[in-house]
Design a binder for this molecule. Structure first.
Ligand SMILES: [Mg+2]
Length: 390
């Protein structure tokens, strides 16, 4: 039996190392909602709810995630034995509809606590348990400039940090975008896998032409070329192109996964803990994908260290992860909010192995970057950048 004693939810704004250009927004900072739960025995758990580009990506914002947790989810937790994570989240689901990102943050914190109580990593509490110790990590080239993206790709290859690159396209004309992708494919050649993410910004006609052209220039995968709710068009595109279509915005947990699989609307699933509504639900999406012969990829909402560690624990339980992962969120931020940064190297991320999530927050950095900051020293240029981008 475990009883909630304290809940603290706050937004942390950390600047990005460079502008991150998406089809629907340009990010200069990442806003993460961190939830910290403590039980009456003093066991603490942390979770993260993070989206990209305010409300331009989905229907939850950092502010709405915090508000849903504080106002509606924490009162439910107060009535539960929070050692029983599945039962607690089932009760939360009955009281709060939707709000998948907020639920994911809370479930993550509960699993962190459960793992600490049991002395085992969160990955051992999911599905069949952990099957790998490290994950391949893609990098997103999204400066918007071809020469700069090629230089960044070369640098990542030389440092042995990434050899999978995702390009964010969909903002410019299709031909212009394909020329940009083709130049990068040509420059990096067989040394890298190049994929694109259109973030739903094409019409079906544009996608028809774009996917054929992308295949010709050596691109390996096209992520969410058209609206995620147009399954019929996704099915037509998947049926008529050899280059796989990856479902991302179309995926909102197990039910949509089953619908996409039944409609043969995608060849690859982007697994995301927040999009799925939690770590358990992500494992269910993975199971549906595997049963349907759909390739799996570990996606990110550009979470910081907490959400990235949580994602890594789930992805470490997926037997077949043929498309790798993109858990590079912390590397895009100027500061990691963990006391010990996640371990990146040799094109991979090491899955934390300590109890729970296997991570600890850096209190000084939190005090500095949290939006309702309690630290009074305000002098660093990073803070001005954070304010400008928030
Ligand atoms: Mg995407």
């Amino acid at each position: 039996m475990a009883v909630l004693s304290h809940a603290d939810t706050f937004i942390v704004d950390v600047p990005t190392i460079r502008p991150h250009v998406l089809a629907m927004a340009t990010m200069h900072a990442q806003s993460m909602v961190i939830v910290r739960l403590t039980d009456t025995d003093g066991v603490e758990g942390v979770g993260e709810g993070t989206t990209i580009g305010g409300l331009s990506y989905g229907d939850e914002s950092p502010e709405s995630i915090k508000s849903a947790i504080d106002t509606y989810i924490v009162p439910v937790l107060e009535t539960c034995d929070i050692a029983q994570v599945g039962a607690t989240m089932a009760k939360v689901a009955k009281c709060v509809r939707g709000n998948r990102f907020a639920k994911c943050a809370v479930e993550t914190a509960l699993l962190d606590m459960a793992g600490k109580r049991l002395g085992i990593p969160v990955s051992e509490l999911i599905g069949g348990g952990r099957v790998r110790e490290s994950l391949p990590i893609a990098w997103t080239l999204a400066s918007g400039d071809t020469a700069r993206d090629i230089a960044e790709g070369e640098e990542m290859l030389a440092r042995r940090r990434h050899r999978i690159f995702k390009l964010k396209i969909g903002k410019r004309e299709v031909r212009e975008d394909v020329a940009h992708v083709g130049a990068i494919c040509k420059a990096l050649g067989d040394r890298a896998s190049v994929r694109v993410d259109v973030n739903q910004n094409w019409s079906e006609a544009q996608a028809k032409m774009g996917m054929a052209m992308l295949q010709d220039v050596g691109c390996d995968l096209v992520e969410q070329p058209i609206a995620g709710d147009d399954l019929a068009a996704m099915t037509r595109l998947s049926a008529t192109h050899a280059i796989p279509l990856m479902a991302d915005e179309a995926l909102h947990g197990p039910r949509t996964a089953l619908r996409i699989a039944s409609a043969s609307a995608a060849g690859v699933f982007a697994l995301k803990i927040a999009q799925s509504g939690g770590l358990f639900a992500t494992a269910e999406v993975a199971a549906i994908g595997t049963a349907a012969g759909i390739g799996l990829y570990g996606g990110t909402m550009l979470e910081g260290g907490v959400g990235t560690a949580a994602s890594a624990h789930v992805f470490a339980t997926v037997p077949d992860l043929v498309w790798g992962t993109e858990l590079f969120g912390p590397l895009l931020q100027t500061e990691e909010i963990l006391s010990e940064p996640l371990a990146y190297g040799d094109f991979s991320l090491a899955v934390p192995s300590g109890p729970g999530l296997g991570i600890a927050l850096d209190e000084d950095k939190l005090a500095f970057f949290r939006r309702d900051r309690t630290q009074s020293v305000i002098s660093a240029p990073a803070l001005h950048a954070a304010n400008a981008g928030a």
